[in-house]
Design a protein around this ligand. Structure first.
Ligand code: SF4
Length: 394
């Protein structure tokens, strides 16, 4: 191991806002005095603090954020676009990231040491990122080595992973990917030569099994039978050495707790309810949902598709509810509905609310940095290797 190993604990449930594990995505304390959500002056207070900060602050808003927060974002986007936007603002002293923990970490990795990245609520983690714990990944790599396949495996980690996993990936010749460039990342991985050896005959894809499977099968033509799921909670990942040797895609057993809840029955039901509906889903959805949909793509793709859709067209959209509601408001001439009404908001994204934003902005305006996200330098350097490989993808 060539960088400081983060402290790792067994995967016990940490309730949001209770307990502390800053090295992982799991629930961390949110210190500080927050204004009450009922305070009628919150919008005015946020505006005043934002104006006082001027160009010293740059506020990023992920598409899944609440309306009350997104109205203060200088730019909106998915995790990839926001990472690039943060890197393109070298003069902003403070990067206020209205998103979740792994995004703020990536922003810290991609910005200079003179810039400070703030996550308005430190408890805004990501359940998917939490499903790949650093120590588990180290142990999984040992399993691959024992099966004789580590030398021909390239790790590819989704942006939705902790800085520690990105650092592991960078150190082992791999790349980060997003839902926009997963196909290019996989093609790059299969074409690459690892440490002068035989090259990328296999990919270890973390932590979202669905994005990995959907991309491999539907865009690269890899067979479902060439994909195996590595379960970090089982000895050997629940796989035999022969299964690992036969596989082309080794999918980490992780998923998004929002997108993973849509089902093929939801798609069938939307088609029954809405004649002529177009079903548009995110690739973090399960494989049979994606197979049943008309179109599949990243958050940015979903936005562009609805922007370009003809008036009068009908859409059932399988992605986070805050975004779907905003898209429905933005396109009153089109019928935009949520694919399944019982699937809820991303609860961790939703933790960033107006009281937390006001608290962060007012603290920064008086020179007090709160809720700062920092990645340890050596880990950041290795994570940057993987992020830079992504940014350089053809
Ligand atoms: S929507 Fe899913 S992947 Fe995105 S932050 Fe929430 S749990 Fe994580």
């Amino acid at each position: 191991m060539t960088f400081t190993e983060p402290v790792s604990t067994p995967l016990a449930l940490l309730l949001l806002g209770r307990g502390s594990e800053p090295a992982s995505e799991r629930g961390v304390d949110c210190p500080g005095e927050l204004p009450p959500a009922s305070d009628p002056t919150l919008v005015a207070r946020a505006r005043t603090a934002r104006e006082a900060l001027g160009d010293r602050a740059f506020v990023l808003g992920h598409h899944y954020q609440r309306d009350e927060v997104i109205q203060f974002a200088d730019v909106t986007g998915d995790s990839f676009k926001l990472a690039r936007d943060a890197a393109a603002r070298p003069n902003a002293e403070y990067i206020v990231f209205c998103g979740v923990h792994f995004m703020a970490e990536s922003a810290d990795v991609l910005t200079s040491s003179a810039q400070q990245v703030v996550l308005p609520d430190l408890a805004a983690g990501c359940s998917m990122a939490d499903m790949a714990d650093y120590q588990q990944v180290v142990e999984a790599w040992d399993v691959l080595a024992d099966a004789g396949v580590a030398d021909v495996t390239v790790p590819v980690t989704y942006m939705n992973s902790s800085a520690a996993i990105k650092a592991f990936t960078g150190e082992h010749g791999g790349t980060v990917c997003t839902s926009s460039n997963a196909e290019r990342a996989l093609r790059w991985a299969f074409d690459s030569v690892v440490d002068g050896g035989a090259g990328g005959q296999k990919v270890l894809f973390m932590p979202d099994q669905h994005l990995g499977r959907n991309t491999a099968v539907l865009q690269l033509g890899i067979g479902l039978d060439e994909c195996v799921v590595f379960n970090p909670h089982k000895p050997g990942g629940g796989l035999t050495p022969q299964q690992l040797r036969d596989a082309k895609m080794i999918l980490w057993r992780g998923h998004c707790s929002v997108h993973g809840r849509f089902t093929a029955e939801n798609v069938a039901d939307a088609r029954r309810r809405i004649p002529g509906v177009n079903v548009l889903v995110h690739p973090e959805c399960q494989h049979d949902v994606v197979l049943g949909a008309d179109l599949v793509g990243s958050t940015e793709y979903i936005i562009k598709t609805l922007d370009a859709a003809p008036p009068g067209s009908s859409w059932a959209v399988g992605t986070e509810l805050n975004l779907v509601r905003r898209l429905a408001d933005r396109h009153p001439d089109k019928q935009v509905t949520f694919l399944e009404k019982t699937v809820c908001y991303c609860s961790t994204m939703n933790r960033i609310d107006l009281p937390h934003l006001v608290h962060s902005l007012e603290s920064l305006a008086r020179g007090e940095v709160v809720n700062q996200i920092t990645v340890e330098p050596r880990m950041a350097a290795n994570a940057r290797l993987a992020l830079d490989r992504m940014l350089a993808l053809p």
